[in-house]
Design a protein around this ligand. Structure first.
Ligand SMILES: NC(=O)c1ccc[n+]([C@@H]2O[C@H](COP(=O)([O-])OP(=O)(O)OC[C@H]3O[C@@H](n4cnc5c(N)ncnc54)[C@H](O)[C@@H]3O)[C@@H](O)[C@H]2O)c1
Length: 310
């Protein structure tokens, strides 16, 4: 499938509006659906911000695209070529939504889920036509990170997988196909880094600021240019083998969540959203940091798109 004529995005929270903005930009008539009118009202502002970012990136505007806002799910779904489910990460809620979707759309409409890690096969168990159901895991912010994980469940058809990959590529994103595995690739790798950082922080090996500096420059900067597999080739597999042979057994492997995180969350310190977390934020600092992050992501993406992929 190239760009779908009509896309329905269900759920207009952190992810839905950015997804809607990018697809509309690519020429799709997007219907953004939420049970909350407030969420849809907030989405208009987010979509304006996302559109400004896409302008800045020079993302082409394909004629015919639009976003409409709908609390009525049936109206939002009628005639859809692609449905993207982006409601909260709760299996029963997602199952209920999928059932409602299947009652309205045609049996061949592709239904995708933006789940962060619920197995596609588990979600599809109660579906009537599970062969057209597939994982489409966007990275946050979705209008800015040009990579989508495409996850095939046991019953997803190969045709649907191919169609989704073609669609992702047609709006200029990279599709990462994969077999189903808890957390999918992006979160598995990210959480391996995060678990190690939390352990080092808890052991007092380094401060949060030094951990950020090391991972940003020593790892992130390099990995943005060269992926981990080619990095190993560049360093030499013999070097990897000798370091891994003594280091792997010492790396953090705890199965539960670190005490530092449990203590902070139980005292309401949730990070930027509550003004305190691993760092403390002064008045107005959170907004400034969020703006700096978007500015930085735009600048780095522009640079990365100008260099030859390694
Ligand atoms: N937030 C992230 O960084 C991120 C990244 C990748 C994937 N995801 C995944 O995307 C999905 C959505 O995450 P989010 O962070 O945008 O959630 P969110 O909680 O910010 O927003 C979900 C929205 O869905 C709406 N909703 C709830 N029930 C609904 C229903 N029955 N019909 C229509 N709308 C309904 C809510 O009102 C809310 O506005 C989750 O599966 C999440 O795991 C999130």
């Amino acid at each position: 499938m190239a760009i779908p004529t009509i896309t329905t995005v269900i759920g207009s929270g952190s992810m839905g509006p950015g997804i809607a903005a990018l697809l509309a930009r690519s020429g799709s008539q997007v219907r953004l659906n939420d049970i909350s009118q407030d969420a849809l009202d907030r989405a208009r502002k987010v979509i304006d911000g996302a559109t400004a970012v896409l302008d800045d990136l020079g993302t082409p505007v394909v004629e015919g695209g639009s976003v409409t806002y709908e609390t009525d799910q049936r109206r939002a779904l009628e005639g859809a070529d692609l449905v993207i489910e982006a409601v909260p990460e709760k299996l029963e809620l997602k199952r209920m939504v999928l059932q409602q979707v299947e009652e309205i759309v045609s049996p061949t409409t592709i239904i995708a889920t933006n789940t962060s890690g619920i197995p596609i096969t588990t979600m599809a168990e109660s579906m009537e036509n599970p062969e057209r159901f597939i994982g489409m895991h966007w990275s946050n912010p979705p209008h800015l990170i040009p990579m989508i994980e495409v996850i095939k469940g046991e019953k997803t058809s190969e045709t649907v997988e191919k169609e989704l990959v073609t669609m992702v590529e047609s709006f200029g994103y990279e599709a990462v196909r994969q077999r189903e595995k808890a957390g999918f690739i992006e979160n598995r790798v990210l959480y391996a880094i995060l678990r190690e950082c939390m352990a080092l922080l808890e052991e007092g090996v380094a401060t949060q600021k030094d951990l950020d500096t090391c991972v940003k420059w020593g790892i992130g900067y390099k990995l943005a240019v060269i992926g981990p597999m080619r990095l190993v080739d560049m360093a030499g597999l013999d070097i990897y083998e000798s370091v891994a042979s003594y280091l792997n057994e010492d790396l953090d492997a705890r199965g539960d969540v670190s005490e530092i995180v449990k203590t902070l969350t139980s005292s309401g310190k949730l990070g930027m959203k509550s003004g305190q977390g691993l760092y403390d934020y002064a008045e107005g600092e959170v907004e400034a940091k969020r703006a700096d992050i978007i500015k930085g992501l735009v600048a780095v993406r522009k640079t990365l798109s100008e260099i030859t992929p390694v």
